[in-house]
Design a protein around this ligand. Structure first.
Ligand SMILES: N[C@@H](CCC(=O)N[C@@H](CS)C(=O)NCC(=O)O)C(=O)O
Length: 206
């Protein structure tokens, strides 16, 4: 059984979408990051970085419970555990991992800053808004060019790179992006949004 510690954010939903896609049974534990649940000693024992998501696989290595944080690492782990959604061939595997890292190091942090400065900042900071919106648009351009060359980020197959990126693009209204400006992203987004497992995973936690 996978114990999933999560909240209704893009990083959390990467993991619930993955669990729905691979069909592993899981229990959801809500960590309300608005209330500070991420800082309780019980949760810090699972994720010393006090962020969601985290998992505990009760059937980890050598039959013992194994806990893991960082959404990208969790996706790679679940792909390895199930043999799904990360191609086995060397070239396709590393291409998918490349786009996963692009999401972890670029899309997630930058879109997150756009959300913060547009929606949450206590004072308006035009310099920060301009900086992060410009970088967000540049990243959309990179995604759009890639998805003009291949149906999915990793290539011909739907992989954990797509699962990592989709929940961030799904917040396009939060970061005030008209997806019709990026037609290849829009085509990819609509295809992924239609997947029943994605719809179930995006509804977690209920
Ligand atoms: N690199 C981490 C980022 C995790 C992250 O930033 N989680 C946010 C929610 S999307 C969080 O827990 N924020 C609570 C806080 O910063 O106190 C991952 O991908 O797992």
């Amino acid at each position: 059984m996978i114990e999933l510690y999560t909240w209704g954010t893009p990083n959390g939903r990467k993991v619930s979408v993955m669990l729905e896609e691979v069909g592993l049974p899981y229990n959801v534990h809500k960590i309300d990051i608005g209330k500070g649940d991420q800082f309780t000693p019980t949760y810090v024992a699972i994720n010393p970085n006090s962020k969601i998501p985290a998992i505990v696989d009760t059937d980890g290595f050598e039959g013992k419970a194994y806990s893991l944080f960082e959404s990208g690492a969790i996706l790679v782990y679940l792909a390895g555990k199930t043999g799904k959604l990360l191609p086995p061939t060397t070239r396709d595997k590393y291409t998918a991992l490349q786009w996963l890292m692009f999401q972890m190091g670029g899309v997630g942090p930058i879109f997150g800053q756009v959300h913060h400065f547009i929606r949450a900042a206590k004072v308006e900071v035009p310099y920060a808004i301009e900086r992060y919106v410009k970088e967000k648009d540049r990243l959309y351009g990179v995604l759009d060019r890639r998805l003009g060359d291949a149906p999915y980020l990793g290539g011909d197959e739907y992989t954990i790179a797509d699962i990592a990126t989709y929940p961030w693009v799904a917040r396009y209204e939060w970061h005030k992006t008209d997806l019709s400006r990026f037609p290849n992203v829009k085509r990819w987004f609509d295809a992924i949004a239609a997947r029943p497992a994605v719809q179930r995973g995006m509804a977690v936690p209920s």
